[in-house]
Design a protein around this ligand. Structure first.
Ligand code: PLP
Length: 274
């Protein structure tokens, strides 16, 4: 059964798994979890790895983006930094020439030091993107609309180009939010957000997410999600903000997704050429 975006914002995943039947998702502001018995687990061991409140935020954001799985982080830069762990020394990326300065600084300093090179080109022109492809190109990264110049790229055409050339398409969807643009439905492989902007909507919380269409996340992202301060004391305010978002009626949201447990996966190596 499909639910409108407003319903997803208010209800979240609607799994109602709180053991005490809480209608609003409680804050699990807790580090470690007791095991019911030897060799038994509630599914939660340690909040850096997983936390019930964070899980709910992730499921809700994935539903809104029509992805299959999301990872929540404390800030957009934490998400983008974790995302870069997909790549290895020698890999090359093509990116929008006008994009958020923090992303550029990350690439010019940390990624460069790690042997990953990025060429920034005018991604509003598919021909320019095509001309920038190299044998070692592993991904095209679009910020569309871009920050600050609001340049727009054709996600569908660039997704085709990326896939024809064995590359991933990653889209920073911060500025349109999943209400106005759902890059995964246009062929993107990964969506990143600075949830600090329109997802959060109230200018009082830092947050972010990485959403994917794959049933399994690459292990490096899952691991870095745990390591890069994914557990934030802002979960509850992020959650409340998401619920408060009032969006116009919208149909077609797929509520029939099965939430698969993330496990070690090799889909990224499958998608990008070696
Ligand atoms: C398009 C875009 N992506 C990523 C970021 C980084 O997000 P954060 O400030 O939440 O770390 C920003 C921040 O302004 C942004 O505008």
């Amino acid at each position: 059964m499909a639910f409108a975006a407003e319903t997803i914002c208010v209800q979240g995943s609607n799994e109602r798994k709180d053991p005490f039947g809480a209608i609003s998702m409680p804050i699990y502001q807790n580090a470690a979890y007791a095991h019911p018995g030897l060799g038994k687990s509630t599914g939660y061991d340690y909040s850096r790895c997983s936390n019930p409140t964070r899980d709910e935020v992730q499921k809700t954001v994935a539903l809104l983006e029509q992805g299959t799985e999301a990872l929540a982080f404390s800030t957009g830069m934490a998400a983008i930094t974790a995302m870069m762990e997909i790549f290895s020394p020698g890999d090359h990326l093509i990116a929008t020439d006008d994009l958020y300065g923090g992303t550029l600084r990350l690439w010019n300093t940390i990624s460069h030091k790690n042997g990953i090179s990025v060429d920034c080109v005018d991604t509003s022109n598919v021909g320019t993107v095509k001309a920038a492809l190299r044998p070692e190109t592993k991904a095209i990264y679009l910020e569309t609309p871009s920050n600050p110049m609001m340049k727009v790229a054709d996600i569908q055409a660039i997704a085709d180009l990326a896939h024809e050339n064995g590359c991933l398409l990653i889209v920073d969807n911060t500025f349109l939010s999943p209400y106005f643009q759902k890059p995964l439905t246009l062929g993107a492989d990964i969506v990143v957000h600075s949830g600090t902007k329109y997802l959060e909507g109230h200018n009082d919380t830092l947050s972010s997410s990485i959403i994917s269409t794959r049933l399994q996340e690459p292990v490096c992202l899952r691991l870095t999600a745990g390591c890069y301060s994914a557990v934030s004391r802002h979960w509850q305010s992020a959650w409340n903000s998401t619920r408060r978002m009032l969006w116009p009626s919208h149909t077609g949201w797929n509520r029939d997704r099965k939430w698969k447990k993330s496990i070690i996966s090799d889909w990224i190596p499958d998608r990008i050429r070696s």
